[in-house]
Design a protein around this ligand. Sequence first.
Ligand code: S3P
Length: 197
Amino acid sequence: MPCHPLTDIPWNPARPRIALIGFMATGKSSVGQSLAASLGIPFRDLDREIVTAAGMSIPEIFSRQGEAGFRALETRLLQKLACGSDPLLLATGGGVPLRPENRCLLRQGFVVIELTAEPETVQRRVGEAQDRPLLTGRNNSAAIRRLMEERRPAYEEVRHLQVAVDGLRIDEICLRLRSRLAALPPASSLVKPESGD
Ligand code: S3P
């Protein structure tokens, strides 16, 4: 599938389609819900869609089908959600940008916003929770930093905008996101006029 260039942002203020990406526990779901409500558009959470489709929790999917089974389901559901044209705010799991086909799906269908956080912020938010198999038993800032570094190129390749969340409340993050979105040129203005000759 040909990938949309990053400069060609599919932004239509009248029909916003926004995907939030970012490392685990950067607040994609809570910020996504709040931003969707303030924009008056539907909100979907890809992890929740996966849990519903599989009929089991994420740790259960990882233990029964392995990470490969989880990633296959993730891509299948992303494909479904990415092909629509109705307004949508989609919160994605932290590993979604790792597959090249997912990056293409995100870029062609959504304005892609990365939420970033310091490893210490992630560590604090994850705490003792056991619902993220990739951090279970490895919730320390060195391991988080390593995984963030590994993932950085994939996130950079797909995002149109980036907002740091450390120390900010959800409403403050939403305000920042809304002003960044308001500054985007509508996609139609990026279309170059045909040359006359
Ligand atoms: C994952 C992130 C999780 C979830 C799964 C794998 C990852 O979602 O999809 O545990 O690979 O980063 P959150 O980013 O919402 O924690």
